[in-house]
Design a protein around this ligand. Structure first.
Ligand SMILES: NC(=O)c1ccc[n+]([C@@H]2O[C@H](COP(=O)([O-])OP(=O)(O)OC[C@H]3O[C@@H](n4cnc5c(N)ncnc54)[C@H](OP(=O)(O)O)[C@@H]3O)[C@@H](O)[C@H]2O)c1
Length: 363
């Protein structure tokens, strides 16, 4: 039975998701090969950077059945020789009659060239089937390629009366175990997780992805312009989990060489920015290959990122707890932030409510 293009693209999107957490800095890509009578005769996904692209896996699994078939790919097939050969050559050689693409590849070396090549070789091409889903699946890749900075997801745990901590300087448990595990799974999907210096001083977090599978090291970023974080912080005992990067300033480095040396001796890599500003820090991380950053707080750092317009996704957990009058407030009310979000997904995680949303911008 012949289904719609969108149905087969859904299948390709589903297959692409198997590479989640594995492919960075490359995008997630899935492909299916469909015979003229509508049978899926091959499928594949990109498994990790440096390995064959999804289209190649799909064509290999289809074998001779690819001749005269339609190839559905969530992303435009590449036309340049990177670590693997160009996919468009292989598609032409396989005798595919038609290619259906989820979204054009924003990479400067592709960007419509793959589509042009296929058409020039007599292949019918349809572009933009399930485009929103195909883009959202690779938001880190799109943002990093187009803006040079990582995708930023702001994550917070709030009490029902809007607090992030019981009192200033007090390490506070807000959500229950299920949400804790859920947050660790989220960390596992990101290239990096980041916090402000005050959060390290108060909570002394390890910032690892515990009790979940993580195929790659997790970069931990501390935003600490004055180098206040002590070399004895718990995070320095977890160097096996991934790099520890401290974003600071050139002025601090020059003025505090001993503090800098002590942190470096304990495994930190210092990234000195010219200016003390969250966007410059993100651009530096982007140039280091970080395509996605989970920004866990606290409120001062969240406020800086939100006001600089660099937050792309938000996750808010709200627990049934209330802290009364003495708590530390988030920088905004929950409703002010959620009103700015699209594609909201609200669900319960144990006793805590979880809201996810996106900030889409066209600038
Ligand atoms: N419930 C939750 O989800 C959650 C999560 C995290 C933290 N917390 C709580 O939040 C509290 C700490 O929050 P906080 O707001 O006081 O501190 P914070 O946001 O953790 O850290 C703030 C510090 O980050 C540094 N920073 C570096 N670059 C920055 C930039 N570009 N913009 C802004 N700040 C930058 C600044 O210090 P320098 O100027 O010295 O660089 C600033 O003082 C703690 O109580 C912690 O327990 C709660």
């Amino acid at each position: 039975m012949l289904l719609d293009d969108a149905d087969y693209m859904d299948r390709a999107l589903h297959v692409a998701a198997r590479g989640r957490g594995l492919t960075s800095p490359n995008p997630l890509v899935g492909a299916v090969v469909v015979s003229p009578d509508g049978v899926v005769v091959g499928s594949g996904y990109h498994r990790r950077a440096g390995e064959p692209h999804a289209e190649i896996h799909a064509l290999r699994s289809a074998g001779v059945a690819a001749r005269g078939a339609t190839l559905f790919s969530t992303l435009e097939p590449c036309c340049h020789t990177g670590r693997t050969g160009p996919c468009v050559d292989r598609i032409v050689k396989a005798g595919v009659a038609r290619v259906v693409i989820g979204v054009e590849d924003p990479h400067p070396q592709v960007h419509g060239e793959g589509i042009r090549f296929l058409r020039e070789h007599g292949i019918a091409v349809t572009v933009g089937v399930r485009e929103a889903e195909a883009t959202r699946m690779n938001l880190p890749f799109f943002i990093h390629t187009q803006r040079g900075r990582p995708l930023v997801m702001m994550k917070v745990a709030l009490t029902r009366d809007g607090y992030v901590a019981e009192a200033p300087g007090v390490r506070s448990a807000i959500t229950a175990e299920r949400a804790g595990h859920d947050s660790h799974s989220l960390r596992a999907e990101f290239d990096a997780v980041g916090v402000g210096s005050e959060t390290v001083l108060v909570d002394d977090p390890e910032l690892t992805a515990r009790a979940v599978h993580r195929a790659r090291p997790l970069t931990r970023v501390i935003f600490d312009s004055r180098l206040r974080v002590p070399p004895t912080a718990a995070i320095f005992g977890t160097r096996d989990a991934g790099p520890i990067v401290i974003v600071t300033t050139k002025v601090t480095l020059a003025g505090s060489p001993d503090r800098a040396a002590a942190l470096e001796a304990n495994g930190a890599r210092l990234l000195p920015a010219q200016v003390h500003d969250v966007t410059s820090a993100l651009m530096m991380l982007g140039s280091e290959g970080v395509t996605s950053l989970l920004l866990e707080g606290g409120p001062t750092l969240h406020a800086a990122a939100w006001r600089a317009g660099v937050v792309d996704r938000v996750r808010i957990y709200v627990s049934p707890l209330a802290f009364g009058d003495k708590g530390v407030r988030w920088f905004e009310t929950r409703s002010t932030v959620t009103e700015a979000l699209e594609d909201l997904d609200v669900r319960m995680v144990g006793p805590d409510e979880r809201t996810d949303g996106y900030v889409y911008r066209n600038d």
